[in-house]
Design a protein around this ligand. Sequence first.
Ligand SMILES: Cc1cc2nc3c(=O)[nH]c(=O)nc-3n(C[C@H](O)[C@H](O)[C@H](O)COP(=O)(O)O)c2cc1C
Length: 321
Amino acid sequence: MEGVIDAATRDLLTRSAGIDWTVTEFVRVVDTRLPQRVFLRHCPELHGGMPCTPGGAPVHLQLLGSDPAALAANALQALALGTRSLDLNFGCPAKLVNRHDGGASMLRDPRRLRAAVTAVHDAIGDTIPVTAKIRLGFADRRLALQCAHAAEDGGARQLVVHARTRNEGYRPPAHWEWIGRMRQRLNIPVVANGDIWTLADYWKARTLSGCQDVMLGRGALSDPDLAARIRHWQHTGACLPATQWARKAEVLLEYAALQRSTLSGKTVVARLKQWMNHMRPQDEQAAQCFQTLRRVTELDTFLAGLRESRSAAREAGARSA
Ligand SMILES: Cc1cc2nc3c(=O)[nH]c(=O)nc-3n(C[C@H](O)[C@H](O)[C@H](O)COP(=O)(O)O)c2cc1C
């Protein structure tokens, strides 16, 4: 997720079981071949040769663009750097991106979407998989199935579908049943995405879409243990209790520890606030902590406040146990 999930976040979210693979923030492709440093910035895991998180989850590199030739040239560049899978983003709803013909704007014309996937597939052959990420459409769902077919016909080996149109933005509900319609018509695996915040959402998304697999976005930020809780439920049929704020605060503190040697204190604080922002709608204590710290910009002061909040939550938890 652009601006939110970087290599440190991927590392933290894949330390426990549950997440099978992750995707980088999108690399924006316009009309040139980008220098290697751009790919390495988005996917520092490429430095290790085999792009995986320290916990062992493969990292797929995502490209966003509309020019088939430029996408193909950049796919080759990414391949040369060792990427093991290339994902093409046809779902981004950002106005600036769409105005320049990228992301979800490609859903207006399935032929162009297919040409983009084909160009990348032709360039890299079957050396590594090309996959695609789409929404249900741009303004409406009329072309949903055609877009899904276009991705498959172009050579995508997997399709992730965010169950909303571009114009629906992030507004609930997610139309998981529409993903089911795509799944029934395609021969490639389809992965359901959108609004999975809890175990109940997970089950509903799977039931309505019929998909074996789901992709977590904001839900994994809101509850860093959501994937592990889903996995536990899959294996045992038992529901682990909801993740406590103290544990979430711990993850945020670990994030700061990972990032402070490479980013400025202010940037780390900004990123911590962004992450907390995804936690607060589902967690009253996260919301309170966010409110207390929202004007703080100095890293050590922010971390002291976060530690205090974590300790208070732990003590309250011990008292009520
Ligand atoms: C801040 C933000 C950044 C995002 N960046 C990306 C991105 O770079 N690539 C991508 O495929 N999806 C991106 N998405 C979309 C998510 O991957 C996901 O499809 C969407 O949020 C719906 O799933 P969710 O309800 O689980 O979050 C982004 C979403 C948000 C909120």
